[in-house]
Unconditional design. Structure first.
Length: 753
């Protein structure tokens, strides 16, 4: 008999142990991530009393795939539009927390005498709070619908994207012996260039592709196509010097803007769960008990650093962003732990060979301890605020509570600022697209034309053809760069406001013309030996022709409209199906009440009841503003509106009121049927004897259905098929009927005959 490969044996061992351990952790109501880590410790070579994995190389390979799919799923739940709509408050909080915690982590590592790279990576690990663990803690504590929880989740989303950037930066730092400011700036510019390029091209091309094949795609095909795009982007990311995880995240972010995003997220989730579990199990395999004993003091110090640092510095960061003292403390105390991204950063350091072996298990131990303490830290925030309120001067408390940015009147940006910002963004985006198009033409098309036109005498013709094609490709980008926003409302208002604005406005056009001409100049300089004056003249003439061309104008406008439609496709789909948030939501956020969505469970005790019978306003003080059901939305439902399973209720209320409602929805359910096996339906034959009490009675009078809970399905009359029984027909001696019911009901019926 052929021997089973070690890879299959290892996979079986990992999944069986992980399954058993996670069942225990589920029973204890602890995060499953910790269960995976414990399972990894049990199957690791460091545990001599249990079976261990034979080939660690295969496990690490699966773990790398797990990281890729984890970040792909994270990208699917991420939207750059959401970040832009968040405003300055979450951005200020995130940057402050990451900067302060990174510095604090590096200082602690330096005090222990660890190496420079250990300190740098440690700072990155301590700066990353766990999105998964905090979300789970909010869910378990019934706080997910409260306003401060939304603020925390916004910061966590930003932390996740900055963690991706941090991984790229750490890779750049690790690649050089002594990276200087120029190398760091080059890394940042490289990240920005490819990030903008991939997002713009991806949002333009991927939704267009999915839309064209939508009729051919079912669930299976969509899963394969999505994972194929994920892996292709991961490969391309590694080719240009980034990690595969970075590419997977970018592709997830691109797909997040498509109509199919929610379907893809549901389809990918089992794959992510499988490989993600293997990744966290591999994390547990690196935990060495000897290292934990040897580094017990650093572990304890790092735990205190995270608890105190996030509680103090995190609260300060949220206050700096404009939150009240109480809200800031609840947010800061909630983030006092590290999780999955800390493991990913540690794995990056180990794979690059730049951090010490002890750092990984130390960080895992710190994560486990802080994760267990997370619910207690969240609960401790309010008592800590109450204690602080009693000890600080009331004037100081009032001053800090009135600093909230959300309650201050926001002033609109000036016309100049708005116009210049939009022009700068357009110029940067179209410059990146032009540069990428030129690079592709010179890399692929130029060698092809030179092979088709060999010899020095035809070399110039090959260059000329390539140059002309390149100019044609980038012409829509150059025109949009020069002409975009020249007829906007801001431009017209500034032009009409005063004559002094006209020269600066014209200078913005001139500056963009110079940038456009510089691209033509570069093409000519690369492909010809013209003098600079001739190349500049060619550039000016070509840019003028591009601006005046009606066809290029039409193509440029069509491309931009298609991009905007792709970017808005998910919003359009949500609006069509009634899931778009109402416009008045932003006004409610300033007044201690906000909007939350609740789904009625399939086994809810509320189903079939009207809003009047439920009396949600009287019981919980909330208002149901709309009911979303099957793609249709019922606005301002009246008291006679009936609740059905799967309904999405949009409710207005305060944090406390919404918390009570959420608890009621989760607890007022029918529960599981613990005697499910006894409810199996069976078919029995019933013969009417001379002493049967049913003789002379009709089907309704017999009470077979109402009294015994059984149903007569037919009368046997010697035919192949059963005959239906008329409700007025009376049972006679010798009748043979067939009855369906549960076993106990049938037994009761048979005893009565």
């Amino acid at each position: 008999m052929a021997e089973l490969p070690a890879m299959i044996q290892d996979l079986a061992l990992i999944l069986v142990v992980a399954g058993v351990v996670t069942l225990v952790f589920k029973r204890l109501k602890q995060p499953l991530v910790l269960g995976y880590i414990v399972a990894g410790f049990l199957v690791s070579p460091h545990m001599p009393y249990t079976a261990s994995v034979a080939d660690m190389a295969n496990v690490h390979l699966w773990a790398d795939i797990g990281v890729m799919f984890l970040l792909f799923s994270l990208g699917l739940d991420f939207s750059f539009k959401k970040i832009l709509k968040m405003g300055a408050s979450p951005i200020i909080s995130t940057i402050t927390i990451i900067f302060s915690m990174s510095i604090l982590g590096m200082v602690v590592g330096h005090l222990f005498g660890w190496s420079k790279m250990d300190c740098i990576f440690l700072g990155g690990m301590l700066a990353m709070s766990s999105t998964t663990i905090i979300y789970k803690a909010f869910d378990d504590l019934g706080l997910r619908q409260q306003q401060f929880a939304g603020l925390v989740m916004s910061v966590l989303i930003l932390e996740d994207i900055l963690a991706i950037v941090m991984m790229v930066m750490l890779s750049a730092i690790a690649s050089g012996d002594n990276p200087n400011g120029g190398q760091m700036l080059n890394s940042v510019l490289k990240i920005g260039f490819f990030l903008v390029l991939w997002l713009v091209v991806g949002i333009f091309a991927v939704p267009l592709f999915l839309r064209s094949v939508r009729r051919l795609i079912n669930a299976e095909v969509l899963l394969i196509v999505s994972l194929g795009l994920c892996c292709a982007m991961a490969v391309f990311s590694t080719k240009v010097g980034f990690s595969s995880a970075f590419g997977a995240f970018i592709m997830g972010s691109i797909l997040a803007e498509t109509v199919e995003a929610e379907r893809i997220e549901r389809l990918v989730e089992p794959v992510k769960n499988l490989f993600g579990a293997i990744f966290f199990v591999s994390v547990g395999m690196l935990v060495d008990p000897q290292i934990l004993i040897s580094y017990a003091l650093p572990i304890a110090v790092l735990v205190l650093t995270i608890l105190v640092g996030q509680s103090v510095l995190g609260s300060f960061a949220f206050m700096l962003a404009g939150e009240s003292l109480k809200s800031a403390m609840r947010c800061g105390f909630s983030m006092a732990q590290i999780g999955e991204f800390s493991f990913i950063i540690a794995s990056l350091g180990l794979s690059l060979g730049v951090i010490s072996d002890f750092l990984y298990p130390v960080v895992v131990a710190v994560s486990v301890i802080t994760t267990f303490l997370t619910p207690y830290m969240i609960r401790f925030a309010t008592p800590a605020y109450n204690a602080l309120e009693h000890r600080l001067p009331s004037r100081l408390i009032k001053l800090m509570n009135n600093l909230s940015m959300s309650r201050s009147e926001t002033t609109g940006r000036s016309l100049w600022k708005r116009l210049l910002t939009q022009m700068a963004i357009n110029t940067v985006v179209y410059s990146i697209l032009s540069a990428a198009a030129i690079a592709l033409m010179f890399t692929f098309v130029l060698p092809l034309t030179r092979r088709m036109l060999p010899g020095w005498e035809l070399h110039w013709y090959a260059n000329a053809i390539t140059g002309l094609l390149t100019v044609i490709v980038i012409a829509p980008f150059l025109r949009a760069m020069v002409m975009k926003k020249n007829r906007s409302e801001e431009w017209k208002a500034l032009w009409a406001e005063t004559g002094r604005n006209r020269l600066p406005l014209l200078s913005t056009i001139l500056a963009r013309v110079v940038i456009a001409v510089s691209f033509i100049f570069y093409i000519c300089n690369y492909l010809s030996r013209f003098t600079p004056a001739i190349m500049i003249t060619i550039g000016v003439v070509l840019v003028a022709l591009i601006v005046l061309s009606r066809r290029i104008k039409r193509n440029s406008i069509l491309m931009e409209r298609l991009f905007i439609n792709n970017l808005r496709s998910r919003d359009i789909e949500a609006q069509v199906h009634g899931r778009k948030r109402p416009l008045y939501e932003g006004r409610l956020l300033d007044r201690d009440i906000h909007i939350a969505d609740f789904e009625v469970p399939a086994d809810s005790q509320w189903m079939g009841q009207t809003l009047k019978e439920l009396a949600l306003g009287r019981k919980y003080g909330v208002h149901v503003s709309s009911i979303l059901r099957g793609g249709r939305r019922l606005n301002i439902p009246d008291g006679d509106s009936i609740i059905f399973p799967g309904d999405h209720l949009r409710v207005i209320g305060s944090d406390q009121q919404l918390g009570k409602l959420q608890h009621a929805i989760e607890t007022e359910v029918l529960g599981e049927d613990l005697e499910l096996e006894k409810r199996e339906m069976r078919l029995r034959q019933l013969i009417m004897g001379a002493d049967s009490p049913f003789i002379g009675q009709t089907l309704e009078e017999s009470g077979i259905r109402s009294r015994y809970g059984c149903m007569v399905v037919g009368l046997e009359e010697g035919k192949e098929n059963l005959s239906s029984i008329s409700p007025k027909r009376k049972f006679q001696e010798g009748d043979i009927i067939w009855v369906v019911g549960e076993q106990e009901a049938l037994d009761s019926l048979l005893r009565s005959r």
